[in-house]
Ligand binder design. Structure first.
Ligand SMILES: NC(=O)c1ccc[n+]([C@@H]2O[C@H](COP(=O)([O-])OP(=O)(O)OC[C@H]3O[C@@H](n4cnc5c(N)ncnc54)[C@H](O)[C@@H]3O)[C@@H](O)[C@H]2O)c1
Length: 293
């Protein structure tokens, strides 16, 4: 565990984790509980999520985790999961917008020779629904919950939101058109929201891993990579934890490939010419659009 993550004090806090039945979400839930955090474990898969929560409660001998079935693409289901969690644990200090799926084929493969025999089909946008809209649902819930609760007396923050993005959010790849789009959208949204919430006792950050062995990636795909190029789940969870507690970091895109961790900066090409023009009107534009008063 890095110095930063090991110094974070979060005992007594409460977290809401989507995609908690497997992979990063499950490992994160375990780590949070080991640090004295209560966890609302949310997943579309009920059985394994409940089993994991039961194990955490049995291990600690306390009611530290609840499992709630919710499809992250349905806002009302996430809201209901929060309300249940609030009844049990009182508040939520950390929201992890983590649930995700791998790229799903969105239109049939390009094949001019057979295209005349096939109708033009509607795209399958499920990848965007889960990886972009599902995580934005968590964000929408988090910001409105933070707005309605007092700052945490131990760290002074109303709350913290952490997204699980991906390195393909910066580097578009041919094999993940919608997944890359969703992750790029998350990184961009995180940077925008971090500006709006920076003076409101709320932090927003994203963790962007490269390929890691979890259930999202099939063995067939994992076998294409050298083991040393893969990230470890522990290193990713460590980065997730590092921005909690009294950490003031906001707007970071913490990225991991293999054993290397870095902050991926926003695009800078032409930024000095473009940003002054945009920032002059940013407050007024938001007002004109009805985003704030
Ligand atoms: N593993 C990797 O290589 C890798 C790399 C970069 C980013 N990520 C991201 O990490 C996050 C977690 O994925 P993981 O690698 O732990 O995979 P995983 O498949 O092990 O876990 C994802 C979890 O999300 C849940 N889920 C899927 N759709 C859902 C929905 N609509 N509502 C609620 N829950 C849903 C699944 O049931 C599963 O438990 C995802 O956002 C993924 O895109 C993974």
């Amino acid at each position: 565990m890095s110095d930063t993550a090991s110094q974070v004090v979060i005992e007594g806090d409460v977290a809401f984790v989507t995609g908690a039945a497997s992979g990063f979400g499950l490992a994160l839930s375990n780590e949070l509980v080991s640090r004295g955090v209560c966890v609302i474990m949310v997943d579309i898969v009920e059985d394994s999520c409940k089993k994991a929560a039961d194990e955490l409660n049995a291990k600690t001998g306390k009611n530290v985790a609840i499992a709630v079935k919710a499809d992250s693409t349905v806002f009302e289901e996430q809201l209901a999961a929060y309300e249940l969690g609030k009844e049990v644990f009182g508040r939520v200090d950390y929201f992890f917008a983590n649930a995700g799926i791998v790229e799903r084929p969105w239109i049939p493969p390009f094949s001019p020779s057979t295209s005349s025999t096939r109708p033009i089909t509607k795209p399958n946008l499920r990848t965007l629904d889960v990886d972009l809209n599902g995580q934005l649902n968590t964000a929408a819930l988090a910001f409105q919950v933070f707005e309605r609760q007092e700052p945490n007396p131990r760290n002074g923050f109303r709350g913290k939101l952490v997204f699980t993005a991906s390195v393909v959010g910066y580097y578009a790849v041919k094999s993940a058109p919608l997944y890359s789009t969703a992750k790029a959208g998350i990184v961009h949204f995180m940077r925008s929201a971090a500006q709006y919430y920076e003076d409101k006792g709320i932090t927003v950050n994203a963790i962007s891993p490269n390929i890691t062995v979890t259930a999202i990636t099939s063995q067939e795909i994992l076998s294409l990579f050298n083991q040393e190029d893969l990230c470890s789940i522990d290193l990713v969870v460590e980065q997730m934890i590092s921005v909690l507690g009294s950490c003031k970091d906001n707007g970071r895109a913490i990225s991991i490939t293999g054993k290397t961790v870095w902050d991926n900066p926003p695009d800078t090409l032409m930024r000095d010419q473009v940003l002054p023009v945009l920032s002059v009107g940013d407050d007024a534009i938001g007002k004109a659009l009805g985003l704030w008063q």
